[in-house]
Design a protein around this ligand. Structure first.
Ligand code: BG6
Length: 303
């Protein structure tokens, strides 16, 4: 269960930058308005749903068929995937992309400093997470909105055993049309093609990427990605830290049709560029240690 609307409103001390809404019963969302941008963040998953600089079209894509149902992932924005990315490595019956995106997080604070608005959320284990992942942890998500959107996920091992995690800040970027975007930043790196499951055989990315079919790749890369959006006459950058892998995903025609919470042609309107720790990039957390993964998203002129 989430904190109540009343508790959240009290915590945010009536600051005009915040409004607490409930688009679906039991599914609180914090609306954030800064002098330079606006966005929304759900308590469920500490998930940024929308964000854009003032007077710009959306930077994030949310499926018009997305469901806001506690316990189910929301298709769009920036789901936090943790403590595993994609299918569980040993047990495919466990939920895809872990449980962080389907739990209610606790809002710890909401602060305003000039043009910068910061929300901090926490997730700690309970019986349900222990059944899926028998370890102690503390996750802290720090979401900062200003002229850029910054999301940091700090994962700390609060137990006394050593474990490995994978994760992703699964960013759905809204684009004018998938046929008219170019992705820069992965050229010259190797990737694992998740569509062929050939984990051992890395593929070399020779050119800048254009999406011309289903793409589901884990790039071994620490570089930023730039999405040149020819229809919207803008570029979107995805910078990152604490991440040696970048996931690029677009389901294309057939898979879009099989995804219930995505319109058949939804694949034309987004590409996922995810700062990740995935594939062979799996940080080890020893007792008391922590790791932080971060992504920063913003707009640039097309250039
Ligand atoms: C991507 C994965 O990150 O997420 C894909 O690489 C997966 O394999 C996609 O299909 C969507 O996952 P889900 O669980 O949100 O439908």
């Amino acid at each position: 269960m989430s904190q109540s609307i009343e508790d959240l409103t009290t915590l945010l001390k009536g600051k005009p930058e915040f409004a607490v809404t409930e688009p679906e019963p039991g599914f609180p969302v914090i609306e954030v308005t800064t002098p330079v941008s606006a966005g929304t963040v759900a308590l469920h998953g500490a998930q940024v749903l929308t964000w854009a600089p003032t007077e710009h079209p959306p930077v994030l894509y949310v499926s018009p068929k997305a469901k806001m149902v506690p316990g189910q992932p929301v298709r769009g924005g920036v789901p936090i995937c943790w403590p595993w990315f994609s299918a569980h490595p040993e047990d495919p019956s466990k939920p895809s992309h872990g449980f962080a995106r389907t739990r209610f997080w606790e809002l710890l604070s909401g602060d305003v400093d000039g043009k910068v608005v910061t929300l901090v959320f926490r997730l700690v284990p309970d019986e349900e997470t222990k059944a899926l992942f028998p370890h102690d942890f503390e996750l802290t998500a720090t979401i900062r909105m200003a002229d850029k959107l910054r999301i940091g996920l700090k994962m700390r091992n609060t137990g006394d055993d050593v474990y490995k995690v994978s994760s992703a800040l699964h960013t759905y970027l809204s684009v004018g049309h998938i046929d008219r975007i170019q992705l820069e930043g992965v050229k010259g790196s190797h990737y694992i093609d998740q569509l062929t499951s050939a984990e051992e055989e890395d593929v070399y990315q020779e050119k800048n990427l254009q999406i011309k079919g289903e793409v589901d790749r884990i790039y071994k890369s620490m570089s930023s990605v730039l999405i040149r959006d020819l229809d919207r006459h803008r570029s979107v950058f995805v910078d990152k830290a604490g991440s040696r892998s970048t996931v690029i995903w677009n389901p294309w025609k057939d898979k879009s049709k099989s995804i219930k919470d995505l319109p058949d042609k939804g694949y034309q309107e987004f590409v996922c560029v995810e700062a990740a720790n995935a594939g062979t990039d799996k940080p080890t957390l020893s007792p008391g240690s922590s790791h932080t993964i971060q992504t920063v998203i913003g707009l640039r002129p097309l250039g």
